[in-house]
Design a binder for this molecule. Sequence first.
Ligand SMILES: [Zn+2]
Length: 218
Amino acid sequence: MLELSALDKKKQIILVKAEDKETLSRTFVRFQEHYESPCKQIRGKIFTLGMLKRAYSNQNGAWTYVSNDVIDGDWSGFNFPSPTLDPFKDGLFDPLTQEEQALVEAFRHRSGPYYVIGVYGDGALTIDHEIAHALYSVNPKYRKEVDAILDGLALGQVFKILKKMGYCKEVFHDETHAYCGVDGMYFEEKWVKENKEAKKIVREIGPKLRELFERHKP
Ligand SMILES: [Zn+2]
């Protein structure tokens, strides 16, 4: 079962909670990749799950996106802005899976803009990261303050790391703010490692972004 709830007063940040990682990743995979796949034949395009599996497998070595009983999937949290749902509502992705259909119907009559985030279990690991993306999208004041912190910095080394992690350049700014501001320790230990230039940036902007996030968090 999926549990849906609005997190903020304006009901613009909608949390979708699944009981496990497999259900979550199966539900979000095509929405997420339509929004921000690094593969140009997928991002913004209409595609079957088979086409996505081929593109992702070729790019990453195997189909490890969606968790199952045996394989731990690559992604633990998901997020996309409301216009992502339009081609799904219009029937361009039919046939939809049962999970996709449920999500599309839940938002069919909703007007935008709003932002959908997905976590599983208690969500403790990823929820703040996904809320940061949502705030960056629906809260112009927050976005402006984030951009003011990032503007003028040489972020090339951080972007290089994000590319390696599987992100497309369209979300580099957004991901830089989410990883540095909310997941700074994890980002540094797991991904930044010995990259001195990137480490310096993470330590410089991390606390400022964290403070900003705490101030705006619903
Ligand atoms: Zn992210």
